[in-house]
Design a protein around this ligand. Structure first.
Ligand code: NZQ
Ligand code: ZN
Length: 395
């Protein structure tokens, strides 16, 4: 296990109905909020109206920008920030899924540090502009998935170049307060609920699979998060209004990327950069769907180059017989995820997700261009192998 520091300064207010705290908390952040939402859900569910009212009751004025699309584009964030500057907003509230919360982080950067959002994105051969100051941020997730509410990352797409990547800045990008009210997730449709669940699992799986192998506590926490997601996925699919299941999934989402589960591991993130290349090119593919299509193929690849944790997962999470041989244990893990992905209503391969075979090379090129080849994958040939094996489910 590597030495590590954890400094997570986000005040997290968690629980059923805690949205009522948002006005009081906002009072301490500023006088006028730039509220950022997606195009539809926050208005349709009535939560935007409720938030504005809670702010007013606490003498906080607000202006709304509601044009953020899933896989948020950097120019949408620039537009939001421009409105915030014009309206003299002194803090930002993101009310929505990960796309909206990330957009709120981006707008908070541009609001205070100026320029365009893409200036702050680093790429191989492109140095990012330094973030001087960031407006205070409050996040209110309406979908359990990214954990953006408790981490210092935000992911953006440049629609001109089809590059999708993250700004990660633990010194500047943590929200001040996050209001995590699972009741807001009751209206999330089955597909987005499932995409969120596989994303949460992947947030602990990336480093569990590839990082230092002696992280016993982190392993157990990660397995707990995965099992919580699997067990509650079944419940929420049977009954989307299951309050307990929605609450457990929301907590798993916030905790997965909150610090401790991945601390000390120094693992390689692999499925995420591949997925970001996919949804950077295919804007209609949601992050969770892209992950679901790649994960089984990745597990089979990893089973050949670093099998220890794939086997452990097979035994501890999927109850495989510990005396089975290695090939069998790896197959149990990959197949169990394939079945789980199908059970929650997602596609477990690229073809069924709508990806054309002749785009696999372009996806690999984008991974290299934006993130570089993950260390465990070693070379582009292996990357293409994972993509080709993910194209069709052969099992
Ligand atoms: O856009 P609206 O109208 O709000 O509708 C959204 C959107 O269509 C809808 N939705 C959200 N809350 C709802 C709801 N519908 C009904 N009821 C509600 N309560 O769900 C759809 C998807 O929303 P989106 O925000 O795009 O989903 P998600 O939370 O999965 O966020 C995905 C984005 O976050 C990035 C992804 O790459 C992607 O761009 N990520 C951000 C991370 C981070 N900041 O730490 C880490 C992740 O790994 C991820 O990369
Ligand atoms: Zn993710």
């Amino acid at each position: 296990m590597k030495n590590f520091n954890i400094f997570n300064p986000v005040k997290i207010i968690f629980g059923w109905g805690v949205i009522k705290e948002s006005g009081k908390e906002a009072f301490y952040l500023g006088k006028k909020a730039l509220i950022i939402t997606g195009k539809n859900s926050a208005k349709k569910t009535g939560i935007l109206e409720k938030l504005i009212k809670l702010l007013k009751e606490n003498m906080v004025d607000s202006v709304v920008f509601s044009d953020i699309t899933p896989n948020p584009k950097s120019d949408e964030v620039d537009e939001a920030a421009e409105i915030g500057i014009k309206e003299k907003c002194d803090f930002v509230i993101g009310l929505g899924g990960g796309s909206v919360m990330d957009a709120a982080k981006g707008a908070a950067i541009v609001l205070k540090s100026g320029g365009n959002l893409w200036d702050y994105v680093a790429l191989p051969g492109k140095k990012a502009k330094q973030i001087d100051e960031v407006a205070p941020i409050m996040l209110i997730p309406t979908l359990a998935a990214t954990g953006s509410e408790g981490n210092p990352a935000a992911v953006f797409t440049n629609s001109k170049t089809q590059q999708k990547t993250a700004i990660y800045n633990p010194l500047k990008l943590y929200p001040k307060v996050s209001i995590v009210d699972p009741s807001l997730t009751l209206t999330v449709p089955p597909k987005q609920t499932a995409e969120g669940i596989i994303d949460i699992i992947m947030h602990v799986l990336e480093e569990y699979l590839t990082g230092d192998t002696d992280c016993d506590l982190q392993d157990r926490i990660s397995e707990g998060i995965i099992l919580t997601c699997i067990e509650n996925a079944q419940k929420v699919i049977q009954n989307p209004e299951d309050k307990k299941a929605r609450t457990n999934i929301s907590l798993a989402s916030t905790v997965a990327l909150h610090g401790l589960p991945n601390a000390g591991r120094a693992g390689a993130w692999v499925v995420h950069p591949i997925e970001h290349a996919i949804s950077g090119i295919y804007d209609n593919i949601a992050h969770g769907s892209g992950i679901a299509a790649i994960l089984p193929s990745y597990l089979r690849f990893l089973g050949k180059v670093k099998p220890e944790k794939v086997k452990q997962l097979s035994i501890r999470v999927f109850n495989a017989d510990e005396y089975s041989d290695e090939t069998e244990l790896i197959e149990v893990c990959a197949k169990s995820f394939e079945d789980f992905i199908e059970m929650i209503g997602l596609k477990n391969n690229l073809k069924d997700s709508g990806i054309e075979k002749n785009f696999l090379g372009k996806i690999a090129d984008k991974v290299v261009e934006v993130s570089g080849i993950p260390s465990i994958i070693k070379n582009k040939e292996n990357l293409l192998k994972i993509l080709n094996n993910a194209f069709e489910s052969k099992y």
